[in-house]
Design a protein around this ligand. Structure first.
Ligand code: NAP
Ligand code: FE
Length: 359
C-alpha cells in the first residue's frame, strides 16, 4: 500500500503571513494566478502580496482565470509568467485558479513543447514549484496533483495527466466568510462528492478511508449552517475548509469516480457550478453501490441515497438537465473503460443510465 502526500498543508488563521518564509523559499519571482474579483475582495491576494514583499520576492499577477478554466486561459497565464521571468507559481482562489496555476507551472517549465505535451501521459510531471491558497471549501485542489481544464475542442473538461502537487498550501478559513451562500453550498457539495466517491472506489485503502471518514464526520457538523439554520461562524468555516482539504487528500490517493466524470459535459453545456453538476449523479452512484455506501452516507448524515438527493435539491436547486445531454454524459463515460473500473460494482450502459436518471 502506498500513500503519497507531498504537499505541506498549513491550516490556521493568518497562515499566509505567518508562513511567508516557507512560501518565499519557493523562488525569487512569483506568478500569482487568481480569478477576476474574489481574491481582491476577500483579502487573500493582499495577504500574499504583503507576505512576499516582506521577504523581497518579486511578483506578477494574472487575474483572468474564469470558472472552469480553459487551456487557452492557462496558456495566457503561462505566457505572462515566462515574459516576467517567474520561477514559481501561486494559485489563489477556488479550484479554478489553483488548477490553472498548476497547469501554468507545467507550461512555463516545459517552454516551447509544453502545449503539445499538456495532455500527453508521458510520466513527465516536472513543473515550476506551486503554492496554493484556497478560498472555497470544495475542490481540495490545495491537496491534490490534479488540474482540470476546459477543452473547448472537445466540448468538455478533462484532467491533465500530469500530477502537480503544490509544495505548500496555506489554508486560512477566514476567506470563506466573504463567499456568497451559493458558492459555499456548491463547493461543499463538491467536497461531499469527493469524500463519497473516494470512499466508494476500487482504489480506496485503509489510509484513504481514514481521511474519508474523518472528512465526512467533519462535513456533517455543518449541515445546519449550510442550510441557513445556524450561523456561518469562524468554527463552521474552519470545519468546511478542513472537510474540503481532507477530501482533497483522499482523492489525491483514489481519484474521483463516475459522478465527476459524468458531470463534465453537463458543466460544459449548462454552466452549472462544478459541485452542483456533480451532485446530479452522486445519489444515483451511491444507490448503485448499495450496502457498501451506507456506512459512509450515514457518517455524512444521510439515511439513504434518496435522502441525499432530497438534500442536494434543497441546498442547490437546479433546472432540469436535457435528456440529450444526460445521454452524452453516459456515452462519454461508457467509452472510458479505465474510468469504469473506479466503481466497485459492475458498470454497463444500463447502470450509467440509472445513475443519470434516464430510463
Ligand atoms: P471556482 O470556479 O474556483 O470559483 C467559483 C466562484 O467563487 C468564482 O466566481 C469565484 O470568484 C468565487 N469565489 C472563490 N472564492 C471566493 C471567496 N472566498 N469569496 C467570494 N467569492 C469567491 O470554484 P470551485 O468550485 O472552487 O472550483 C471549481 C473548479 O475546480 C472546476 O474547474 C473543477 O473541475 C475543479 N476541481 C479541481 C479538483 C482538483 O483536485 N484539482 C477537484 C475538483 C474540482 P473569482 O472568479 O472572482 O475568483
Ligand atoms: Fe470536484
Amino acid at each position: 500500500m502506498i500513500f503519497r502526500m507531498p504537499t505541506t498543508i498549513i491550516q490556521e488563521a493568518d497562515c499566509v503571513f505567518a508562513h511567508r518564509k516557507e512560501l518565499s523559499a519557493l523562488g525569487t519571482k512569483a506568478l500569482i494566478v487568481t480569478g477576476k474579483h474574489s481574491s481582491k475582495k476577500n483579502g487573500s491576494l493582499a495577504d500574499v502580496l504583503r507576505a512576499l514583499e516582506a521577504e523581497g520576492v518579486g511578483t506578477c499577477v494574472f487575474d483572468g482565470v474564469e470558472e472552469n478554466p480553459s487551456v487557452e486561459t492557462v496558456a495566457c497565464a503561462a505566457r505572462m509568467g515566462r515574459e516576467e521571468g517567474a520561477d514559481f507559481v501561486i494559485g489563489i482562489g477556488g479550484g479554478s485558479p489553483m488548477d490553472a496555476a498548476k497547469a501554468a507551472a507545467y507550461l512555463i517549465f516545459h517552454g516551447e513543447n509544453g502545449m503539445e505535451s499538456l495532455y500527453t501521459p508521458d510520466g513527465d510531471d516536472r513543473a515550476l514549484p506551486v503554492a496554493a491558497v484556497p478560498t472555497t471549501c470544495g475542490t481540495g485542489s490545495e491537496a491534490t496533483g490534479i488540474s482540470v481544464l476546459t477543452v473547448h475542442g472537445k466540448k468538455t473538461k478533462a484532467s491533465i495527466p500530469h500530477r502537480i502537487f503544490p509544495r505548500i498550501s496555506l489554508v486560512d478559513p477566514k476567506y470563506l466568510q466573504f463567499a456568497p451562500e451559493n458558492v459555499l453550498r456548491d463547493t461543499s457539495l463538491d467536497a461531499l462528492a469527493h469524500l463519497l466517491e473516494s470512499g466508494v472506489n476500487t482504489k480506496a485503502s485503509p489510509y484513504s478511508l481514514m481521511l474519508v471518514e474523518e472528512g465526512l464526520r467533519t462535513w456533517n457538523h455543518n449541515i445546519k449552517a449550510l442550510l441557513g439554520a445556524a450561523p456561518l461562524d469562524e468554527q463552521v468555516c474552519a470545519d468546511l475548509m478542513r472537510a474540503s482539504t481532507l477530501a482533497g487528500m483522499a482523492i489525491a490517493h483514489t481519484g474521483t469516480s463516475l459522478p465527476h466524470a459524468m458531470s463534465y459535459p453537463v458543466t460544459y453545456e449548462t454552466h452549472f457550478a462544478h459541485g452542483k453538476a456533480v451532485s446530479c449523479f452522486l445519489p444515483g452512484y451511491l444507490r448503485e453501490a448499495g450496502e457498501q455506501s451506507m456506512h459512509l452516507m450515514k457518517l455524512a448524515g444521510f439515511e439513504s441515497a434518496d435522502a441525499l438527493a432530497a438534500f442536494t435539491e434543497v441546498l442547490s436547486p437546479r433546472d432540469r438537465i436535457p435528456e440529450a445531454l444526460l445521454e452524452r454524459s453516459v456515452a462519454s463515460v461508457l467509452a472510458n473503460t479505465e474510468k469504469l473500473k473506479d466503481a466497485p460494482f459492475a458498470v454497463d450502459e444500463q447502470v450509467l443510465r440509472r445513475i443519470a436518471g434516464l430510463n
